[in-house]
Ligand binder design. Structure first.
Ligand code: MN
Length: 357
């Protein structure tokens, strides 16, 4: 099929007076013969990455909801989409809302690839990009559904998946510790969770390991802004009242949400995902690192947005923070040893819950 015929579907789906995307009539820019690829991060209704391979005058395309898998043990879904014109290889910008694929597109990576195999339903390539490297196989499972599999070992040899059995670390109750080596955080009343973020999605579990992802769409909104960063975060979902302080009645209503009411409740009683710790980041378990180092990594992620925040901790004057918490009607503070590791699922004297009175 000639490129023009292959692009018929692409063109039929778009109004080129409304979108800045290329129509496919652009002159072809290149002569060198190594085929190119592009991966575009596309913040459409659902975040995904569009993988496009130059082939026979068009860009053969897949939408990959979680992006390229870094780990050969974990394949990712890839949905084949319509062939795109070659000029799409540098496209980035805003596709107008209401148009097909409305949302922001930016170039996540471009480069060339070595072709090992291209058959109906099976493609094998090695990427040479700035971010994407290594050999991958795409294979069709059913209709437009494909999977993408990394054939090389993880690019980072130390890369390890996070553990599924991690649960939040818990404090003991006690008096305010004195002496140096403690950091103090406000004890936020809310739902404690671990949020696993991957490919712009958040999978959240409570202290017992129950899936609470659908209860807190605010966590997903946060995950979308994290792009390809993968992390396991310790967080507390709090529900602020009209005065901005955590509202226990609002929290109870959010905890009682059903699949039918969660959308309305999250609009009427929006939660704030309050991030307190970081257990794993981009293939690295950091639970053995000191609290101070984990917190610095967490703060470095800059996770502050409309429905999420990373409040600072306070080293030093615990009594002052306890007084301030009491004055604000907050339940107390949590003192944490700055040199201590994260002990998933354990109740540890390295963390002390101090009630305000
Ligand atoms: Mn797309």
């Amino acid at each position: 099929m000639a490129p023009d015929e292959k692009l018929a579907r692409y063109r039929s789906m778009r109004d080129f007076d409304a979108t800045a995307e290329p129509s496919g009539d652009e002159p072809l820019p290149r002569a060198d013969d190594r085929p190119r690829f592009v991966i575009q991060e596309h913040h459409a209704t659902a975040l995904h990455w569009d993988l496009r391979l130059e082939r026979d005058g068009v860009l053969v395309s897949w939408a990959v909801p979680k992006g390229l898998p870094p780990d050969p043990k974990k394949n990712h879904l890839a949905i084949q989409t319509e062939d795109h014109p070659l000029a799409y290889i540098d496209f980035e910008g805003q596709i107008p809302e209401g148009e097909y694929g409305g949302g922001q597109v930016h170039l996540w990576d471009t480069g060339t690839y070595d072709l090992h195999e291209w058959k109906d339903g099976k493609v094998q390539v090695t990427f040479h990009g700035r971010r994407a490297h290594g050999r991958y196989a795409l294979f069709r499972t059913r209709g437009k559904q494909w999977m993408i599999h990394r054939m090389d070992p993880p690019e980072d040899p130390a890369w390890q998946p996070p553990r599924d059995d991690w649960r939040p670390m818990r404090p003991v109750h006690g008096p305010l510790p004195d002496g140096a080596g403690w950091a103090f955080e406000v004890a936020w009343p809310g739902q404690r969770m671990l949020a696993r973020v991957e490919g712009g999605r958040a999978y959240a579990t409570d202290v017992d390991g129950n899936d609470v992802s659908s209860r807190w769409p605010e966590a997903r909104a946060m995950a979308e802004t994290m792009g390809a960063t993968q992390a396991v975060l310790d967080a507390i979902a709090i529900v602020p009242g009209a005065d901005g302080r955590p509202d226990s009645e609002g929290l109870l209503r959010r905890l009682g949400a059903t699949d039918h009411t969660v959308r309305r409740l999250s609009r009427d009683l929006p939660a704030t995902i309050t991030l307190v710790d970081l257990l794993w980041i981009d293939g690295h378990d950091i639970t053995h690192d000191a609290y101070r180092d984990r917190r610095d990594r967490l703060l470095g992620l800059g996770l502050d947005g409309p429905t999420w925040q990373t409040p600072s901790d306070h080293e030093g004057d615990g009594a002052a923070l306890l007084g301030a918490a009491a004055a604000q009607g907050l339940p107390g503070l949590v003192a944490k040893r700055v040199g201590s590791p994260y002990r998933p699922g354990e109740r540890s004297p390295d963390w002390v819950y101090v009630e305000a009175r």
